[in-house]
Ligand binder design. Sequence first.
Ligand SMILES: [Mg+2]
Length: 278
Amino acid sequence: MVATDVLRGVHYSDLKGQYNPSFQSEKGVSANANPALSLSPCGDTELVKKVTTVGFDADDTLWHNEQFFKLTEARFAELLRDYAETDHLMERLVAAERRNIGHYGFGIKGFMLSMIETAIDVTEDRVPGRIIREIIEAGQEMLSHPIELLPHAREAVEAAADTHRILLITKGDLLDQERKLAQSGLGDLFDGVEIVSDKQTPVYEEIFTRHGDGAAQALMVGNSMKSDILPVLAAGGWAAYVPHGLAWALEHADPPESHPRYRELPDLGELAALLQQV
Ligand SMILES: [Mg+2]
């Protein structure tokens, strides 16, 4: 596996081999089965809207993640209960995360630093070293927590890999995401892995163009309206929202209910059926 610095993250290019032009037919996406080709007026063959590439979000789409943040937040509140009410503490913590995201990026390390900063703030610089130590230990435990796949995750990835080019597209701490992907046992199924610093429309456009046939022929699956759905729709792609239940305040956005390329799925078990339709 060759790591290459690309754009704003790292990608592991072509885990299943370099792209080749016969990819579609090899993987069962043929013009006969589901028309992907049409003739332009001048007779040239051109691709139309058929989805050829599927991007999967990782955290809380394929495996549990947010629940570990929520547990750590509860532990953080307990550590500081002599100094701040829980609601107030959480407001301060979210404000710190929001303030710091442009400096630290997404992930556990930035979360640890925002907890430490919040602890210093709410104690007016009097936070005991013991509490700082416990915050760091809580973060280190998160960084070593075993992966637990969400229901239908493996079957959904395997089924998509049989019919489409599939990518893992995630943000967060590089080492932590690599660790989780390795532990998940799903790594070899992906044609490409992109660990990016933020998931915005130009990032998706670049990834789906480099690995696939552009955003218009890509579908992104994820649990974050803000990071997985809206920027992909803005790029001209399809997006399947799979709600997780637990959500991080910074990922909130309203659903684009009437968008023609937006779908909501109750779980990943419905993905294969959707991929037959688009
Ligand atoms: Mg997610």
